[in-house]
Design a protein around this ligand. Sequence first.
Ligand SMILES: [Zn+2]
Ligand SMILES: [Zn+2]
Length: 354
Amino acid sequence: MRAAVFHAAGDIRVEDVDRPAGPAAGQVLVAPLWCGICGTDLHEYAQGPIVIPTTPHPLTAACGAQILGHEFSATVIETGAGVTNVVAGQRVSIMPLLSCGECYFCRRGLNHLCRVMAAVGLSYQSGGIAELAIVPAANVFALPDGVSDLQGAVVEPGAVAAYGVDTAGVRPGDTVLITGAGPIGALASLYAASLGAKVFVSEMNPVRAALVRGFDIGTVLDPGAIDVPAYLRDATDGIGVDAVIECSGNERALQAAIASVRSAGRISQTGLHTKPASIDPMVLSEHDITLSGTWCFPVTDWPRIIDLIERGRYPVEKIVTAQIAMADVVERGFETLLSPVGDQVKVLVSAASL
Ligand SMILES: [Zn+2]
Ligand SMILES: [Zn+2]
């Protein structure tokens, strides 16, 4: 079968690999439909292996060449013994996190913080940019007719963004700043708006700003042109916003978040910083500000996100800016997304020949 395989930084090949064996008991064989390329994949391509294991992974034994893709929808081809949650022919969305079920965090339902966590498409035998994949049945969630193949591939980043907004305790009527309108920031703006929040988004990149402006769910600000904290104080009678979802992983944005949030407000650090950032913690103290991080998503969130999509409350498909064939994944996917003049936000890859 054909698959997009990571070999080393700058070396992703679409090549023939062995068809996965199975499905064994408790496993499902699926044919991926659409698979998103994510920031983690881009980091692996640019500087990896980072998450991709170079020694056998303690949970999955995965090591070396890795089939990429962890944001995907698929059709069930065959189910292994004992699988009862899906049947052959059903369309599904894959929850990619794999956890041990036995460690301190797994025993407390915090499987996304498992001490030996692995992920489909990063540290596992299968990935979503392939003609076939094997996944545990517990990671497979049926899609109702009202959710498209494309939407099913955006459940994963949709869950990341929702967790960021939920962690900030956003309620209807709150004013919320979202810093950065990459895929997660753009999704966070859709989710916060669906909760009934008054949304502000700060984004310097004109392509990304235009995408979010097109959602028509709030005000898009250019932090290169205006003083965002001052603007937001003006817009809130000098109080500041109730919550900030920091989705850029950028020091200046985090500083703007702290300067923009009201006293007793909440900041959710959802974007990933790749280096230390300097902040003034005294401001957190003086103003009773809560600054909390989020990692991935609760692994139980798939049915809830799928239901929000089905009911039209969370139109995750709006962040998709290109759909390409697997054969083009390097040139039209990875290279375009990493290009400083690139104009893509979320690229989905099809395993079928387009
Ligand atoms: Zn991802
Ligand atoms: Zn665990």
